[in-house]
Structures are given as structure tokens and as C-alpha cells.
Write a protein of this length. Structure first.
Length: 186
């Protein structure tokens, strides 16, 4: 995949990126709820759109992070950034996350016991800022592809795909249109 040339950020854009990177570090590396919350406004909210989970207001986000999200981040999780757009008050990131479903992940698969299966999922995050802090996060991913990978959906009988959905973002040689071909019986 061709590398995009580095784009010079304005100081305001760099400030947003710095806050976002502190937030992500607090969540995934330090696993520190308070440090993550320190980057957010008092009325911040988090919305994991495919599963309708998160929190509204700092206390609710704190409970969500402490109980379900930061506490349940897989130890082998890794992320590959695909694209990032930074505006005046918003960052949009497209990434591929890889991990082993070796612990309960209620923020992604509520109520599903660990399957031990490897998961690769494309995630889009829309991060809104106000007064230099994160005011909300909307996180989107293809829940069907996750369910296929952990064995809860049968991709052979439904118009869904598994890890190849995420892989296609990183490797242009992953075939497309397989679902159409399968539906046509070719």
C-alpha cells in the first residue's frame, strides 16, 4: 500500500492530536482510567455504536471504562492506523485492530465467553473536541465480521465476511466481491 505523504498540521490540529494520543495511551498502554478521563470534558460521552454501549457524562464513562473497556482490553491487542483526518474540532481515524478473544470483552461482545479465536476488525473512530478536550467518541466497526470470527455467525449461509474485511484495508490484493459471487453460485 502506498504511503501518504506527511501533511504538516496547524498548531491547533497538533494540539487535538496530542490530546487524542494521550487519551489512547492512557486506555491501551497505561490502562489508566483517570488519565483517560483527564483528556475529556465533564459531559463527555462514549458510544460504541454497533453494540450501543458506552457512557454519557464523566461518571458514566468512568464506570464504563473501569468495568468494561480498559479493564477488558486484550493483552495482545495491536492497532494499525489506516487513515487519519484532523479538522478544527474533530479527528476521524480508520484503523485495523487485531487481538485474541482470550478474555471477556463486554464492550465488543457483551455476554460472550472467551473463544480463544483471533479477531481482526476495522474500526472507525470519530472524536469530537471542545475547549481542548474530548467531548465525545463514536466508534464503529463491522459487528458481523467479529461474530463470524468468534464462531457466532456462519459466513457460509449469510452475506457476511470475517477477518478479510479488515485485511482488505491493509492489503489491496485481498479479493473483493466474494459475497456477490457466492450469492450467484459462481
Amino acid at each position: 500500500m502506498a504511503q501518504t505523504p506527511e501533511i504538516e498540521l496547524t498548531p491547533a490540529q497538533q494540539a487535538l492530536l496530542d490530546v487524542w494520543q494521550r487519551h489512547v495511551y492512557a486506555e491501551f498502554a497505561a490502562k489508566n482510567v483517570q488519565d483517560a478521563l483527564d483528556t475529556m470534558t465533564e459531559d463527555a460521552y462514549v458510544n460504541n455504536v454497533p453494540v450501543m454501549l458506552g457512557g454519557v457524562g464523566k461518571q458514566s464513562v468512568r464506570e464504563f471504562y473501569a468495568t468494561y473497556f480498559i479493564a477488558q482490553i486484550p493483552p495482545d491487542i495491536e492497532s494499525t492506523l489506516v487513515s487519519r483526518t484532523i479538522g478544527q474540532d474533530r479527528i476521524v481515524e480508520e484503523s485495523v485492530f487485531r487481538f485474541t478473544h482470550n478474555l471477556r470483552l463486554d464492550w465488543l461482545l457483551p455476554g460472550v465467553p472467551p473463544t480463544g479465536k483471533r479477531v481482526e476488525v476495522a474500526v472507525v473512530a470519530i472524536i469530537q473536541f471542545r475547549a481542548g478536550k474530548i467531548s465525545h467518541e463514536h466508534l464503529y466497526w463491522d459487528q458481523a465480521s467479529v461474530l463470524v470470527q468468534v464462531g457466532l455467525l456462519d459466513a457460509s449461509s449469510l452475506p457476511v465476511a470475517g477477518a478479510e474485511v479488515a485485511r482488505r484495508l491493509l492489503a489491496p490484493n485481498v479479493p473483493m466481491n466474494d459475497l456477490i459471487l457466492r450469492a450467484r453460485g459462481t
